[in-house]
Design a protein around this ligand. Structure first.
Ligand code: BGC
Length: 758
């Protein structure tokens, strides 16, 4: 490897400043005299959007495989498959001369209306983190880099370039950052892309805490931080915060600003050198992978079909599916002819080919007669004749397949949705067809949950096919005809109504600020805690077979947090066809000092089972599976006590519960001070030798003062213990100041000295 330090030593200030800004829309600045080549990056995430001219932002890109988007990928719950996807993307990057793929996205789906939800994996940080890490490892195994984005809290498109996401420390640590943390620690992406938005008042590009303290120092991120395209406001401030590479370029004034800042002493050259070192490391590493050649278009299309088949989620089935040799099929809905398989915006791929749903059904149902009706227009108008025409065809068919795609005027990068609804015409179409054809199957193409209204009661089956990628048309046919047994499970909750969703009252924000008032409670964490009925829960999805869970076991019923435990369960395919099942393990803390969600996903595994086959699934739960982030200590904390381990087929379908007892090995620093309540004192276990005798005496004298009875209730009708717990110790003592031998403050200070010395 070339000696980076000696290159830096030979670089002029001008060269260093230039390297930190792109040379074009998609390339870095080469330094020919020192043998530093250019590096080319391309979107991402679910395909390679390589524009032939690196100076153009929006030209038609070279053909590449458009894989399913992240919502569909996540529903596979299959880390191995996502790794294979990553490898295929890496191969396409090599062939298309791309050094770094701009993806994956690891942001949380805070609200289902987020315009870019289709590019993000989940509402759950554990699931998103595991999938992102797998994706990155797959791509990078081919000698091509990734860009984990958008760091952080990029959860809405409303005012996306500027809005400040106001999030408390605990919600950041437990919900919005862990997917990034896992991906960084498990996969070391070559680059991390900052978010456009602000996080607690500091732009993603200028957030020193996030980019330097958390990402680089705490998590050990070794790569470079790149700006989102146009996210830098103050170049010098961004460098100081840890933003290494500004994109896109060229930006002559930015380069000059950096040079001037070093010359004036405003910017320490060591800071610039560190950014240069990080950039050079990645640029030189990228150059080690020879580019060019071709990729296997057919094999990647087949992989895209396989992934789509595994990511689609069967939401309802009255038994009509899989189809049994229908002779006459009415294909209804524009999306049957014009596959809706990806979202709008920077991730838009020019596919190598597109599987047309109509043709794919025809292919698998060779002898059936297929008819087609458009069903709904491209725009939001209402056209009854299109419905009438569909109804006429559906009436005489054995089965009606309704391909309902959420139009891009409702869902895309760049803007959020205003509701969860299908168009009025689409809903009317489904109802009208279902009214005359009991064998109606709805196939949905969308990137995020839609409101599933009462129309669902009238139809035989619903398949959520998501933005299924270029081969999705074939994958739909595979599922409909049983060539693929559906195994996708939702990586996000389908709510009943928008008004039920966790961020409803705190979205989209105002005056430049969006307050994440729901805190930790997003997705199923919220619905569980509030007992809100949902349409389809997180982790849900049907199969053509059934699975029985039995023999749940845990490696130890009592364990130390640092050792963790492993949980196992036997899963049996009790149906007639082979299938795959995703076992999910959620952890419930039975008692905790801080509020916690009722349950949180901490492990999962997908298994394939032949009819009658049983396999034992084992899932490891480590320290973090039980810990919460305590802002009082600024660290992850475990508490002694009992936890329930919930093993389920979805977040709402728990098949077994095991209870374990954790012993915390943490020795937390004492945070007691003069303001601490009696509860704080009682909860500080290490201080008990000092505090307990004191407390006994105090309770006795307080009871005497307020006249306590035998039943534990005081003379003024309150339970003394509960009353005392809420008071600061100092205030409590001050109540009896005259009876004390010394001033209350002195007594508390003395106790504090003694407990801090323990
Ligand atoms: C998007 C990024 C994308 C970049 C380059 C930005 O607007 O937010 O996700 O990678 O453009 O196209």
């Amino acid at each position: 490897m070339t000696d980076i330090q000696s290159i830096i030593a030979n670089m002029t200030l001008e060269e260093k400043a230039a390297l930190c800004t792109g040379a074009s829309a998609w390339s870095s600045t080469p330094i020919e005299r020192l043998g530093v080549p250019e590096m080319i990056v391309s979107d991402g995430p679910h395909g390679v959007r390589r524009v032939p001219d690196v100076h153009s932002m929006g030209d038609q890109s070279l053909p590449a495989t458009c894989f399913p988007t992240a919502s569909c990928l996540a529903s596979t719950w299959d880390v191995d498959l996502i790794n294979r996807l990553g490898q295929a993307l890496g191969e396409e990057c090599v062939a298309l001369n791309v050094d770094v793929l701009l993806g994956p996205g690891a942001n949380m789906k805070r609200t289902p209306v987020g315009g870019r939800n289709f590019e993000y994996f989940s509402e759950d940080p554990y699931l998103a983190g595991e999938l992102a890490a797998s994706f990155i490892n797959g791509v990078q195994s081919k000698g091509v880099g990734t860009s984990l984005k958008h760091f952080a809290a990029n959860n809405q498109e409303f005012e996306r370039f500027a809005i400040s996401a106001e999030i408390d420390e605990r919600a950041l640590r437990e919900i919005y950052l862990p997917a990034f943390e896992t991906a960084v620690k498990k996969a070391q992406p070559w680059t991390v892309m900052c978010a456009y938005n602000q996080i607690n008042g500091a732009y993603g590009s200028e957030n020193h805490w996030l980019l330097s303290e958390v990402l680089k120092d705490e998590w050990g991120f070794e790569g470079l931080v790149v700006s989102d395209w146009g996210a830098v406001h103050d170049r010098v401030k961004a460098l100081q915060a840890g933003l290494d590479w500004e994109m896109p370029g060229p930006k002559e004034r930015r380069v000059t600003a950096v040079i001037d800042a070093v010359r004036s002493g405003e910017l320490d050259e060591a800071v610039l050198n560190e950014a240069v070192r990080r950039i050079l490391r990645i640029v030189l590493r990228a150059a080690e992978t020879p580019k060019g050649g071709t990729f296997d278009v057919d094999a990647h299309h087949a992989l895209a079909r396989q992934i789509a088949g595994e990511g689609m989620v069967l939401l309802k089935n009255n038994g009509l599916l899989p189809l049994k040799n229908p002779q006459h099929i009415a294909m209804i809905g524009r999306a049957a002819e014009q596959a809706h398989f990806q979202g709008g915006g920077s991730s838009h791929i020019n596919p190598t080919r597109v599987a047309v749903p109509f043709k794919e059904v025809q292919h698998l149902a060779e002898h059936a007669e297929l008819t087609y009706a458009e069903g709904y227009p491209t725009d939001n108008s209402f056209q009854q004749p299109l419905i009438d025409q569909a109804v006429t065809l559906a009436k005489t068919a054995d089965v009606a397949l309704l391909y309902i795609a959420l139009p891009s005027f409702k869902e895309s990068e760049g803007y959020d949705r205003t509701d969860l609804d299908l168009t009025a015409q689409q809903v009317a179409l489904i109802k009208a067809v279902a009214a005359i054809q009991p064998n109606t199957i709805v196939i949905l193409n969308n990137g995020a949950p839609v409101a599933v209204g009462d129309w669902i009661d009238g139809v035989a089956a619903v398949l959520e096919a998501y933005m299924m990628g270029q081969a999705g048309g074939g994958a739909i046919a595979d599922v409909l005809f049983g060539r693929v047994n559906p195994s996708g499970k939702l990586a996000e909750t389908f709510p009943q109504r928008l008004a039920d969703t966790p961020a409803y009252l705190n979205y989209p924000g105002e005056n430049g600020v969006v307050r994440y008032g729901e805190g930790l409670f997003i997705g199923y964490r919220y619905y569980d805690a509030r007992c809100v009925q949902v349409r389809f829960p997180f982790g849900y999805g049907l199969s053509y077979t059934t699975f029985a869970y039995s023999n749940p076991k845990v490696s130890a019923t009592t364990f130390k947090d640092v050792d963790g435990v492993s949980v196992s369960i036997d899963v049996t395919n009790t149906g007639l066809v082979a299938g795959k099942e995703t076992v999910q393990v959620y952890v419930h803390d039975r008692q905790s000092r801080l509020v916690r969600p009722p349950k949180e996903l901490k492990g999962f595994a997908k298994v394939e089972l032949q009819p009658g086959e049983t396999q034992t699934v084992t899932i490891e739960l480590g320290f973090r599976a039980f810990a919460y982030y305590d802002p009082a200590y600024h660290q992850w904390v475990t508490e002694d006590g009992e936890f329930n381990l919930l093993i389920g087929a979805s977040s709402a379908d728990i098949r077994a519960t095991l209870t374990v007892t954790l012993h915390s090995t943490l020795d937390l620093p004492c945070t007691l001070d003069r303001e601490s309540t009696v509860r704080d004192w009682v909860n500080y276990r290490r201080g008990q030798p000092v505090f307990e005798p004191f407390m006994q005496q105090l309770t006795a004298s307080m009871s005497a003062m307020f006249g306590g009875g035998d039943n534990g209730e005081g003379g003024i009708g309150m339970e003394m213990q509960g009353f005392l717990l809420e008071m600061p110790l100092l205030s409590l003592l001050e109540f009896q100041e005259s009876a004390l031998p010394r001033p209350a403050a002195e007594i508390v200070d003395d106790l504090l000295t003694r407990v801090h010395a323990l």
